[in-house]
Structures are given as structure tokens and as C-alpha cells.
Design a protein around this ligand. Sequence first.
Ligand code: ZN
Length: 200
Amino acid sequence: MNIEQEYIDTEALLEGHFLLASGNHSRRYLQSAKVLEEPKRAELICKALADIIQKSGIEIDTVCAPALGGVIAGYELARALGVRSIFVEKKEGGMELRRGFKVAKNENVLICEDIITTGGSAMKATQAIEDLGANVVAFASLANRGFCKREGSSLEAKEECKLPSSVPFFALDDFTFEIYSPEECPMCKEGSVAIKPGSK
Ligand code: ZN
């Protein structure tokens, strides 16, 4: 599975001048909703990710995704792993399970995102799950933005990474694009204005 090619083929890898959630700027942006637009493609991508996770031998009872971004990837990954799929939603200062979703004490949960950058929302989801007594035993995303250490990659974690090094993180590839602070952004210096692609 060449995940970068999947992003290119589905026009999910955008080129331009983007304002990221962190406040930094970048020439490239991953619009993961587009790579999952075709259910058949989403199924194949998440099957490839599930194969890597299954080879590790880690027992997973449930996949939990932070809404909204992780929900489709989480659902397809749960299907491929043959386990339950749930999601957490934003609340003031964190995330929580709603809609009658439950986790049992000591249940093994994998947290799934579309993309993991520094792992901030994955850790909010982890907090919500662990507060209920379940165990977060792995993290997964379609691609790793290169701040955290993915299983099988030679790329080391950067200090911005919020994921604990004791819990394995699975992804199909590393996408390491340069990011710039607004003050140092070469595109801003050329006079262009960064746009926020996000959910718009
Ligand atoms: Zn800029």
C-alpha cells in the first residue's frame, strides 16, 4: 500500500500556502476525508493498516476514534480487525464518550486518527478512555506527519510528540512536510496569504 500515491490519486494531498491548526504554515496539506471518499479504497487502505497491527500480535477489543476526523478511518479499521468501533467527541478541555458508547474495565482499546501530527487529540481520546478504566494499547493513523515514532520507521520522535513511547503507534508511512512559523514562512515573505483548508 503506497499511501502517498493514494492521497495524490484522490487529490487529498493539497499544494499551496496553508495555515495549520498549530498556527504554522506549510506548502502541503492532507485532506484525509478525500482519500476515504470511495468506500472501496477506504476499505483497502484500512485493511493494509490492520495487517500491520495484526502482525504485531497486540490484542485489540475496540477501536476508538476522536470525532470528526478519525471516525471513518476508525470504523474501517475496526471492520478490518473484526472489532467494535466507537468514537469520542470534544468537550470543554478534552473529549468524552457519548451516545451510550461504553468501555469495560481493562478492555483493550486502539486509538485511531486519520493523520497523527503531534498526537494531541489522540491523547485527549486516551484520557477519556483511561478515565473509564480501559487500557489504550496502541495508536494508529493512515499516515504519520513525522513528529511521532511509527513502528517500523527509522524516523525518531521529535520533542513535539505527545504520544507515550511505551505504546506502539502504527501508520502506513511518514509524511514529513516542512512547516514554517508565520514569521519565517517563505510564502508569506513573497506576499501570499495562508489559507486554512480544514473542514471548509
Ligand atoms: Zn505563510
